[in-house]
Design a protein around this ligand. Structure first.
Ligand code: T3D
Length: 259
């Protein structure tokens, strides 16, 4: 049996590939376990300075595996979210390293919102996003009801969630759901280029940028100014800040070490 998640480190980037192409990379227990192991490594391994997530085959992910549900058997979806999907989203957002997502094909249900939980999302032009939940009588989960209004506004979030309509990658970019839509044949090269550049960046700073931007939605301006002051104070003493300023003065590219 092939592994449900493939991973490997290259040039400081941990590449994580959802690998159940015959089921459009639908989430099952093995895939959750593989993702948990990958994020364990991302957290613990100092050689990993960025993560790149993508899918094998023609889809990114079709969300929860609906074939594994036994007809008539009671299921506690709350438990499934509490034990697996929610911890995954929380740790991706809390990871003090950038997470890039390369959406290579359709991203539906939890697959769409797992992608939106990443820090920077690139999508192939032929990819699409579907809040498929309503079609099976569910509300969006995996953070969708939080991500969508924040990224695209309440009307668009409501429309996507209530209709389950497919959103093209081009519209996802236009609506602000994703960073960039790129030609299909350039997706992986563009995503690897971005993740590698981030992996060579000032890692502590990038982690704190995540922290500041994500906590901005929960605070007022005064609290956010205070947070920026505290984060900046902690970075003023970092090797990467010293290197950045020295490089600027010496008119050369900085060599960040992530410290
Ligand atoms: O634990 C929990 O359940 C809680 C969490 C819930 C979160 C959720 O994600 S709920 C939402 C689950 N996802 C969906 O409802 C999406 C279902 N899939 C689709 O709507 C369509 O497959 C797609 C729009 C994604 C793609 O359509 P298309 O026409 O390109 O492909 P297809 O022919 O429908 O699917 C190809 C194969 O993948 C097919 O298998 P087969 O017939 O070739 O053997 C299909 O059954 C399989 N597949 C697609 N989606 C899933 C799946 N198998 C298992 N689970 C899936 N979600």
């Amino acid at each position: 049996m092939s592994e449900a998640v493939l991973s490997g480190v290259e040039s400081g980037v941990l590449r994580v590939t959802l690998n159940r192409p015959e089921r459009l990379n639908a989430f099952n227990l093995a895939m959750h376990a593989g993702l948990a192991a990958a994020f364990d490594q991302a957290e613990a391994d100092a050689a990993v300075r960025a993560v790149l997530v993508t899918g094998a085959g023609r889809a990114f992910s079709a969300g929860a595996d609906l074939q594994e549900r036994k007809p008539g058997e009671p299921v506690d979806l709350g438990e499934s979210l509490e034990q697996r999907y929610n911890p995954l989203v929380k740790r991706m957002r809390a990871l003090e390293k950038p997470v890039v997502c390369a959406v290579n094909g359709v991203a539906a249900g939890a697959g769409a919102n797992f992608a939106l939980a990443c820090d920077l999302v690139l999508a192939a032009r032929s990819a699409s996003f579907i809040q498929a939940f309503v079609k099976i009588g569910l509300v969006p989960d995996c953070g969708g009801t939080w991500f969508l209004p924040g990224l695209a506004g309440v009307q668009r979030a409501m429309g996507l969630a209530m209709t389950g309509e497919r959103l093209s990658a081009e519209d996802a970019e236009r609506w602000g759901l994703i960073w960039k839509c790129v030609p299909d044949d350039q997706l992986m090269a563009e995503a690897a280029k971005l993740a590698t550049a981030l992996a060579q960046g000032p890692t502590r700073t990038l982690g704190l940028i995540k922290k500041a931007i994500y906590s901005g939605t929960e605070r007022n301006l005064q609290q956010q100014l205070d947070l920026e002051r505290d984060l900046q104070r902690s970075l003023g003493d970092s090797a990467d800040y010293r290197e950045g300023v020295a490089a600027f003065r010496e008119k050369r590219a900085p060599k960040f070490t992530g410290r």
